[in-house]
Write a protein that binds this ligand. Structure first.
Ligand SMILES: CC(C)(COP(=O)(O)OP(=O)(O)OC[C@H]1O[C@@H](n2cnc3c(N)ncnc32)[C@H](O)[C@@H]1OP(=O)(O)O)[C@@H](O)C(=O)NCCC(=O)NCCS
Length: 164
């Protein structure tokens, strides 16, 4: 398994292998943010197949509740491992470690991530990796389905922070 920054030509491969909700590829959106220098979009590969990804958002969490408390804290966003049969093999941990390595390389003093309140297994993983719960917030996002209808979602989350 290796981890690399997403390249433009990887977006189509990601769309083919990794599911996304709605009609718009969030991989393309993440890659475009990386091109603007706003994030680093990391992809984990097993041979030629993408098996996980996450985005390190250098501008931090979008939620105002979190920004008020952690204005300069980069965020690991959209962490996921596919297919499910490859979970619990260390891929998620490797992606987080690479995000931390990049953050310390930039001189960041902390890094954070949001976890849904109803995801105790992910919470337990982040806790084991040194992340501590800090700020409850609503993760508001939307997606457009195949018929062009926009669905708005608000997930109750807690922002967890690791200090370097
Ligand atoms: C959370 C996730 C990214 C972790 O990646 P991973 O490669 O499975 O993580 P690791 O192998 O490094 O660590 C395994 C730990 O992840 C946690 N975990 C959380 N959700 C899990 C899931 N659906 N399946 C397996 N492990 C999960 C557990 O604490 C697990 O430890 P355990 O095997 O002792 O139960 C991955 O499991 C996943 O994509 N889950 C579904 C989506 C999700 O919950 N994303 C997190 C949003 S905050």
């Amino acid at each position: 398994m290796r981890i690399s920054q997403c390249r433009e030509e990887d977006v189509e491969t990601l769309d083919a292998h990794m599911p996304f909700r709605g009609a718009t590829s969030h991989h393309g959106v993440r890659w475009a943010r990386q091109r603007e220098g706003r994030c680093t979009f990391l992809v984990a590969w097993s041979e030629e197949r993408p098996v996980g990804s996450c985005e390190v958002r250098w501008e931090g969490c979008e939620a105002p509740e979190v920004r008020a408390v952690h204005p300069d804290c980069p965020e690991v966003n959209g962490l996921g491992v596919w297919p499910e049969t490859l979970r619990s093999e260390g891929i998620g941990t490797a992606l987080i470690k690479e995000a931390e390595r990049l953050a310390t390389g930039r001189g960041c003093r902390a890094i954070g991530l949001g976890v849904e309140k109803n995801n105790p297994r992910a919470h337990a993983l982040y806790d084991r990796l040194g992340y501590r719960p800090s700020t409850p917030y609503l993760d508001c996002w939307s997606y457009e389905d195949g018929s062009g209808v926009t669905h708005r979602v608000a997930d109750a989350c807690v922002f967890m922070v690791k200090l370097f």
